[in-house]
Write a protein that binds this ligand. Sequence first.
Ligand code: HEC
Length: 91
Amino acid sequence: MTKLISCSAIALTLVAAEANAQGPGDPKAGLDLAQRVCSECHATVVGQDRSPNPKAPTFSDLAASPGMTRTALLVALTTPHAGMPMFTLTG
Ligand code: HEC
């Protein structure tokens, strides 16, 4: 299963989970995307403190984790890891 998604939209979604959003992109589009594609497993909105898939970290946790940058996110998303489907990112 291959999905084409915009990495800036994803990065923005994560950043938007934190208060200090910055950088280009459309946070609302990112949130829509996250809710469609990622919310099956991840908690994608602030205040949702548990993910549907207990193994998946909430986006708030991810955004708040030290060292989580756009680059770290891209690496995370382009590296296979257990339980999470691979997505094809377009820049
Ligand atoms: C089928 C369930 C599922 C879906 C859909 C899913 N994830 Fe995940 N995701 C997981 C699980 C499970 C983990 C924890 C994997 C681990 O710890 O190895 C995870 C971990 C992550 C991590 C942390 C990676 C790391 O190496 O620390 C990020 C970032 C992430 N997901 C982003 C996303 C984004 C963005 C989407 C939507 C485009 C998404 N996920 C969709 C299940 C999913």
